[in-house]
Design a protein around this ligand. Structure first.
Ligand SMILES: [Fe+2]
Ligand SMILES: [Fe+2]
Length: 214
């Protein structure tokens, strides 16, 4: 399989392709992220094909580790080895770039960026990056109480939804006593500063309602 074959994946062939990499539960998550990303991209008039493909590919390395790369003879840089030691749950997003390059010569920079930052976010995410970052968090299979609220927000403002997702990511990690990747903290603060007064009011009402529901 080469880049052309990846670029021609569709809703029928994608599940077959993904079955070589992921568990059935994870495939369902990936298909729902791709669909959510597609719908959000259509709403915001962003390349929906790229959004869908980024969704399909975003977790391709989820079941892998540096050991998998070693076994398959795929070179892994020292920074990526270190990333696995310090942030094992983030690693799959970054590892997807050398994996897709080595195995498929996949070069689409927009899609690769969206995949790389789908877990941590970062400051200055592109609209496509934001869509995949949000879609990964709010696909319909996610069990969070605040899922539907963020979905509604994502149709109103991608940047506000990006802020909220990065905010909740930080909270979840703090509660579980897990390390927050610096890129997530930078993402949260970058998109918080971009909120208009109206959006700040909308968010504050939403947070109050969530708090009351607890
Ligand atoms: Fe992921
Ligand atoms: Fe995911």
């Amino acid at each position: 399989m080469d880049e052309k074959a990846i670029l021609s994946l569709d809703s029928k062939t994608a599940p077959v392709f993904l079955a070589a990499y992921l568990t059935p539960g994870r495939i369902q998550h990936v298909l729902q992220v791709a669909e959510m990303a597609n719908v959000l991209a259509l709403h915001w008039q962003i390349d929906s094909r790229k959004a869908w493909l980024a969704g399909i590919l975003h977790d391709i390395c989820k079941s892998m580790s540096p050991e998998t790369f070693k076994t398959q003879g795929i070179p892994l840089s020292n920074p990526l080895k270190r990333l696995f030691r310090h942030y094992p749950k983030v690693w799959h997003a970054f590892a997807a770039l050398p994996y897709l390059d080595h195995c498929f010569h996949f070069q689409d920079r927009d899609i690769l960026n969206a995949i790389q930052w789908h877990t941590t976010g970062k400051r200055d995410l592109s609209p496509l990056d934001q869509i995949v970052f949000i879609a990964d968090y709010i696909e319909p299979g996610r069990p969070f109480r605040h899922r539907a609220w963020i979905e509604t927000l994502a149709y109103q403002s991608l940047e506000a939804a990006t802020y909220v997702v990065s905010n909740f990511s930080c909270i979840h990690l703090l509660i579980r006593h897990e390390q927050i990747h610096p890129a997530t903290l930078r993402c949260r603060s970058f998109f918080q500063k971009k909120l208009t007064l109206d959006l700040q009011k909308t968010l504050s009402k939403g947070f109050d309602a969530l708090h009351e529901a607890l």
